[in-house]
Structures are given as C-alpha cells and as structure tokens.
Design a protein around this ligand. Structure first.
Ligand SMILES: Cc1cc2nc3c(=O)[nH]c(=O)nc-3n(C[C@H](O)[C@H](O)[C@H](O)COP(=O)(O)O)c2cc1C
Length: 191
C-alpha cells in the first residue's frame, strides 16, 4: 500500500463524515483496514475487541434492523418519508460495530475501552488515507437488549461504536479546537 498521508496530516485533516454519497466500500479493503487497525496498543495484549461488519449484500438486512430501532413509528410513515429518514443509514458504504468485553474489574474495563478507542481511531485514520470517511456513532439503541440480540452480542460484551464508513462529496469544515496554551499546566511540585 502506498502511503499518501503523513501521520500528522491524517490526524489533523480527518473529519467525521456524516453525509455519505452511497458509493460502495470494497469489503477486502475494509477488512484489510481492520487487520491493520488491530495494532493499537492494549494492556496485556488482551486485544479487547471484535467486529461485526456489514458491507455489500448484507446491508439490506441491516437496514431493516436499523429502521426498526432508529426510526420512531417507521411503519406509519409514507414510503417517501421513510426513504428520506433512512438516507443517513443507506448512504454509508459499510458498517463496523466494535464489540468490547466488559471486564468485571474496573481498571481492566477502562483499559479495554481506552484500547478499543485507539483501535477505532486507527480505523478512522487508515480509512481516511484511502479517501474513505467515517463517523463513530453511539445511538442509545446499541445497548437495547433486542438490538444486541439481533447482532449476536453476548452477555459481558458491549457495542462501543457503530462506525459508519463510506465515500463522501463534501468535506465538513473543521471546528476550532482549544490550543495547548489553554490546556497545559507546567508541572510545579506542590508542598
Ligand atoms: C465516543 C464518541 C461517540 C460519538 N458519537 C457520535 C454520535 O452518536 N453521533 C454523531 O453524529 N457523532 C458522534 N461522534 C463523532 C463526533 O461528533 C465528532 O468526532 C466530533 O464532532 C468532532 O468532529 P471530527 O471527528 O470531524 O473532528 C462520536 C465521537 C466519539 C469519539
């Protein structure tokens, strides 16, 4: 693979993409991104993650699930309105649900969530390097027992991210971030 972005450029230029253009995402490419992303740091090499991927023919089935959980009173809407509301789900080229074990020990659970968050950032940056945008989404229904069941989530596991991935036509404008001058306190030993 030819590297096109420096790490710094990828980090700074990546934006969350919320409007996709419907272009399909190649399954092999998505799987190879995940294969690279798992090099995220993680304590004791617990590798606290697995993925549920929809990309291609299985998307239609996923839409029927998302419709039920994400669109209130979907069955009372006209076909046209339903199609409009479903656009934000039908235009990404793929989905990656990132599933993380919920360790009973608090320290390990926090470490695992931290590690999996780095993994998600890796996915987003690697995708960006391929011209693929993404958005980490955390709608409430990810924790809905029926939704979990439909996706085959086991007790003791949690979906931490519904990552939508896909191509896009418009680059969102970045919003200002606080700079280090507002964030850094130089260490001073307190008596
Ligand atoms: C843990 C986490 C949860 C997020 N959940 C949502 C979400 O539910 N819906 C959404 O539109 N964006 C979500 N985002 C994306 C943020 O809105 C986005 O990262 C933020 O606006 C900054 O934009 P940028 O990623 O382009 O820098 C989430 C991001 C993170 C890290």
């Amino acid at each position: 693979m030819v590297q096109s972005l420096t790490v710094r450029d990828a980090i700074i230029q990546r934006r969350s993409i919320k409007l996709f253009n419907g272009q399909p995402v190649d399954r092999e490419m998505l799987l190879s991104i995940l294969d690279d992303a798992v090099w995220a740091p993680n304590h004791q090499l617990r590798q606290p993650w697995r993925f549920i991927v929809a990309c291609g023919k299985e998307l239609e089935d996923l839409y029927t699930v998302l419709k039920e959980f994400a669109i209130p009173k979907w069955n009372e809407l006209s076909e046209e309105d339903l199609e409009k509301q479903m656009k934000k789900f039908t235009t990404p080229g793929g989905y990656v649900f990132v599933v993380v074990p919920e360790d009973a020990r608090q320290k390990e659970r926090l470490e695992d969530y931290a590690a999996a968050s780095m993994l998600v950032q890796n996915i987003q940056l690697l995708a960006w390097d391929h011209g693929i945008g993404s958005c980490w989404k955390t709608p409430g229904y990810l924790d809905n027992p029926l939704f979990r069941k439909t996706l085959g989530i086991q007790p003791g596991e949690r979906i931490i991210s519904m990552l939508q991935v896909g191509y896009f036509d418009e680059m969102p404008k970045p919003r200002d971030r606080k700079g280090v001058e507002d964030l850094v306190t130089i260490f001073e030993k307190k008596e």
